[in-house]
Design a protein around this ligand. Structure first.
Ligand SMILES: Nc1ncnc2c1ncn2[C@@H]1O[C@H](COP(=O)(O)OP(=O)(O)OP(=O)(O)O)[C@@H](O)[C@H]1O
Ligand SMILES: [Mg+2]
Length: 365
């Protein structure tokens, strides 16, 4: 997938603008607080309907305005789609795809795979499992669209089960729910496990380049121990009832990132952790490419942050070897380290951001 152009109105500090992008490499540079991340954020919204920096949509709207509007032209499977998103302060949203109202966010996510790596994600290893689970589920969904329906049904059933737990007098009253919940949970787990199995060799390969000194691997935790979820739910009924929620569910799943036999998060430096997260996201990109899925657009915010020169070069070398049609957006404060990457592309585009205004610069060599 490629984003061909984007119009932005009343978004963060950005002045109204319309940008035409390269189908391959786009570099956005400028001083701190110029508006670089805001541009990536608006691109991300085209594929997710939300920001990667905040869950409060009102923060995205320019201080003095009532709504923001994004209008993107997307090339998906060689078909041009026109996507409009308008978000209001009262949280209303209007989305239109090719002149038709778009009501299901999952249709948007399926159409426009967009992956982001930003300083917000460098704590992926040390924070709780929800970020890792999101990363996993995003990948699984793009491999297997039917995953979402099962995932949603599972979540609905867990919610109902938790409600029922409070009023129930014995396990029998819950067993009908569990007869539905168990096979669905197992399916969701199966998809997740399959995805980890596909991702692992690519992750090891990329992580091996960036961090040859550490032996990294991925382990999947499905959210409960053992293979008999039905027995576990029955066995844990009394404790679940006391707690007021179900302990063993797909909502507890996690990707454990291991360094040998230990959790990588406990031992790696911040820079190493950033490289692991980078390897994980690049592995997802490689997997999509390998499987002939739509190539996710890759957004890389603040490429220089926390990496020494050697590791930044490794990352740039990796990006320079991406296949044609892999669209990449990079933001940076200092352009110099990126010049060699720019030189490897004939059609790269360069944008300078200053106080919310964007100028397209001729990418001269
Ligand atoms: N809703 C808003 N309305 C107006 N301005 C905003 C809004 N939200 C954020 N800003 C301002 O937008 C500016 C640009 O922020 P952004 O994070 O895009 O900068 P940046 O170029 O990525 O900077 P850095 O290099 O420090 O990461 C900041 O000065 C911020 O205070
Ligand atoms: Mg920024």
């Amino acid at each position: 997938m490629q984003i061909q152009s984007l119009s932005i109105q009343n978004f963060r500090n950005l002045q109204p603008l319309r940008l035409h992008f390269s189908p391959q490499l786009n570099i956005i540079y400028g001083d701190n607080a110029a508006g670089k991340t805001s541009i990536l954020e608006s691109l991300f919204i085209l594929g997710h309907g939300r920001s990667f920096r905040t869950s409060r949509h009102s923060k995205l709207i320019h201080h003095e305005q009532d709504s923001f509007t994004l209008y993107g032209e997307l090339n998906a499977y060689n078909v041009l789609h026109r996507l409009g998103i308008q978000r209001f302060r009262n949280n209303d949203v209007k989305m239109r795809l090719d002149q038709e109202p778009l009501t299901k966010l999952s249709d948007l996510v399926a159409l426009a795979p967009i992956q982001v790596l930003a300083p917000e994600h460098y704590e992926l290893l040390t924070k709780g499992p929800s970020g890792r689970r999101k990363l996993l589920d995003w990948g699984v969904f793009h491999v297997e669209h039917s995953f979402l329906k099962r995932w949603q049904s599972c979540h609905r059933l867990i919610l109902q089960r938790n409600k029922l737990l409070k009023t129930s007098r014995n396990y029998q009253e819950l067993s009908v729910w569990d007869q539905q919940l168990v096979p669905l949970s197992e399916q969701v787990s199966h998809y997740r496990q399959q995805y980890i199995d596909l991702l692992t060799p690519l992750f090891k390969q990329i992580a091996g380049k960036f961090l040859p000194e550490v032996k990294l691997s991925l382990a999947f935790y499905q959210g409960w121990q053992g293979n008999d979820l039905a027995a576990l739910l029955k066995e844990q009924y009394n404790k679940d009832k006391r707690l007021g929620y179900t302990q063993s569910t797909i909502q507890k799943a996690d990707i454990k990132i291991m360094s040998g036999k230990k959790l990588a998060a406990d031992y790696l430096s911040r820079g190493q952790q950033k490289l692991v997260t980078t390897a994980l996201k690049l592995a997802q990109l490689s997997l999509a490419q390998q499987r002939g899925q739509q190539y996710p657009v890759f957004l890389l915010d603040d490429i220089g942050a926390e990496l020494d020169e050697k590791h930044q070069r490794m990352l740039l070398d990796f990006l320079a070897q991406q296949p044609e049609n892999q669209q990449i957006f990079i933001t940076c404060v200092h352009l110099d380290p990126l010049k060699s990457l720019l030189n490897r592309y004939n059609n790269a585009k360069l944008f300078h951001v200053e106080h919310g205004a964007v100028t397209a610069i001729e990418a001269s060599k």
